[in-house]
Ligand binder design. Structure first.
Ligand code: HEC
Length: 150
């Protein structure tokens, strides 16, 4: 009998605390979360909509390896080590999200633009940055990419 009385006294007390949190605490937290979410969305939305393009200055850079006959073979060696997991040995991307490096949309880009993309990556879309590879190696990879053109 005693236990039941004490228990029901607690039951009466608890909803009051919940009501307080519902009326004061949760609406404030929800407004804050909503405000942060809309801030985050306006900050990221324009970037996601943009096409991934190299700045014109970077795209205009000439390939210093263009006249080196060994460049495509050197580039192939690096490509087999660093790129085939995503782009495949033939550069096709093999049904992954990675770009088809043989395609006209890639091959129509300048050496400078491809060098810039390899250097900076587009990590938000799964293309890593290869700024850690020596610069000559990156230009050699571009020379190799030209051999994939169909
Ligand atoms: C972890 C997976 C991954 C690896 C490793 C990788 N890539 Fe990519 N790559 C991607 C993805 C995904 C994209 C598409 C990114 C986009 O369109 O925003 C991409 C895009 C590219 C593009 C741009 C294509 C275009 O449409 O303009 C080039 C060039 C490229 N990769 C070259 C390389 C080279 C060269 C290497 C090796 C040094 C390499 N990638 C390694 C995933 C990868």
């Amino acid at each position: 009998m005693n236990r039941t009385t004490r228990f029901s006294a607690k039951m009466v007390g608890m909803p009051r605390l919940e009501e307080f949190v519902n009326r004061k605490g949760i609406p404030v937290a929800m407004v804050l979360v909503a405000a942060l979410l809309s801030l985050a969305m306006t900050a990221t939305a324009p970037a996601a909509a943009d096409r991934w393009e190299a700045p014109s200055k970077a795209a205009a850079r000439p390939n210093p390896e263009a006249k080196n006959p060994a460049a495509p073979a050197n580039g192939r060696r690096s490509f087999l080590q660093a790129c085939i997991n995503c782009h495949g040995e033939d550069g096709s991307g093999e049904g992954s999200r990675a770009a088809d490096l043989r395609s006209a949309s890639v091959q129509s880009q300048t050496d400078g633009a491809l060098f810039w993309k390899i250097t900076n990556g587009n990590t938000a879309n799964g293309m890593p940055s290869f700024a850690g590879l020596p610069e000559t190696e990156r230009w050699d990879i571009v020379m190799f990419l030209r051999t994939l053109k169909q």
